[in-house]
Ligand binder design. Structure first.
Ligand code: GDD
Ligand code: MN
Length: 362
């Protein structure tokens, strides 16, 4: 009996480790390969509506607006729509900025706070661009992020483009997590489409988004769910390596922030599991869904079984696991597993659709 516990425990731990490692190795090889599609330089650049949802972004909104108009993209082709629910000085800051930038086509909308998804849908009612781009106020683009995203989107196969995230602040665990994560986003995009998308930059063909009825409002990850939905409809939803966003990592409240994001990601996987998927998307989507929803549990269950087996080998393995925690990538992995499990449980009583604002170390 005790031996059986040892074997089952070992098997679970082995599965827990080898599935994602194997998947990672496969996707890494894809990430190193060529893109099967290429960005297109369309003759006339499409018009773009940049939607910025804002809740109390008075401290950053001016930088954000400057960042958008500094893009290597003709300003005459850009409409900015701010969908605001702030109680701070965000509206004052926007109006002030507009006074010195009167040539910019900016629509300011205000509505009571009801979550990011609803704010995006409000903006969509007035957004008239061929391309719709949503972006969080507290994220910055490189100068070529928008033009590059639009070029990829001009390929007939592509329906949605999101960005690679480069963390600013947050330390080595965040960095380690991001570098593994970015390889997955790019590799999966080269195969067909990835499964996680980013509110820092989400560019979608306007006609497609409108045909979908806009963004979901019953889950937190409007970005990831919309990407998976586009991929499920047969269009590529990709994260290319030349579309980069800088993401500011909060200094205080970091744990809470990561739990909320994990909760939103779990919500996106649960909701999108029901969508019918094109064949070439299935292995990516279901492997990722397994890795995010099921695989984390094998770690504590396996460890408990090992501990219960009472065998010396089991204790040695557990000790080895504890020592390995000094190795940053391993620690980042383990933290993410516990975040995901906690997120799944927490979703049962609080979905965090309207969340507390976290201040970033900007
Ligand atoms: N109008 C409005 N109403 N805007 C909101 C609301 C709201 O209720 N809640 C948040 N926002 C705005 C924020 O001001 C910010 O510009 C953007 O939406 C994202 O909110 P953050 O508070 O910065 O969220 P985050 O960076 O932690 O969340 C990330 O993950 C989410 C999914 O978990 C972002 O990538 C989000 O885009 C993403 O949806
Ligand atoms: Mn943010």
């Amino acid at each position: 009996m005790l031996n059986q516990l040892l074997y089952i425990g070992l098997l679970l731990i082995l599965l827990h480790v080898t599935t994602p490692v194997l998947y990672y190795v496969i996707i890494l090889s894809k990430a190193k390969g060529q893109w099967p599609i290429s960005p297109v330089d369309a003759g006339g650049l499409p018009s773009v509506s940049v939607i910025i949802p804002t809740y109390n972004e008075g401290g950053i909104i001016v930088d954000k607006l400057n960042n958008v108009i500094d893009q290597d993209y003709p300003i005459s082709k850009i409409q900015i729509v701010i969908s605001d629910s702030s109680t701070d000085d965000t509206p004052v800051k926007v109006k002030e900025w507009l006074r010195s930038h009167s040539s910019v086509n900016l629509v300011y909308l205000s509505s009571p706070r009801s979550g990011k998804g609803r704010a995006l849908n409000e903006a969509l009612k007035v957004a008239n661009g061929d391309v719709i781009v949503t972006t969080d106020a507290d994220s910055m683009w490189l100068r070529d992020s928008l033009p590059n995203a639009v070029r990829w989107l001009s390929s007939g196969e592509v329906g949605l483009v999101s960005c690679i995230k480069v963390p600013k602040g947050g330390g080595s665990v965040e960095d380690a997590y991001r570098s593994l994560y970015n390889v997955l986003r790019i590799g999966e995009s080269k195969v067909y489409s990835t499964v996680v998308f980013h509110g820092e930059l989400l560019a979608i063909k306007g006609s497609l988004l409108r045909s979908m009825g806009g963004f979901p409002v019953d889950i937190g990850a409007d970005d990831s769910y919309t990407g998976v939905r586009v991929a499920s409809m047969g269009y590529r939803a990709i994260v290319p390596d030349d579309v980069v966003c800088v993401e500011y990592i909060p200094s205080a409240g970091y744990g809470k922030w990561r739990v909320r994001r994990a909760q939103h990601l779990v919500q996106s996987f649960l909701k999108s599991a029901r969508l019918p998927k094109p064949r070439r998307y299935r292995s990516i989507y279901y492997t990722e869904a397994y890795i995010h929803l099921v695989n984390p549990w094998l770690l504590p269950i396996g460890t408990l079984l090992l501990a219960a087996s009472g065998s010396l080998l089991a204790y040695a393995l557990i000790a080895l696991g504890v020592v390995l925690l000094v190795w940053v990538p391993f620690r980042a992995w383990v933290i993410q597993q516990f975040l995901l499990m906690y997120a799944m449980v927490r979703n049962l009583w609080n979905k965090e659709l309207i969340w507390e604002k976290v201040n970033k170390g900007m």
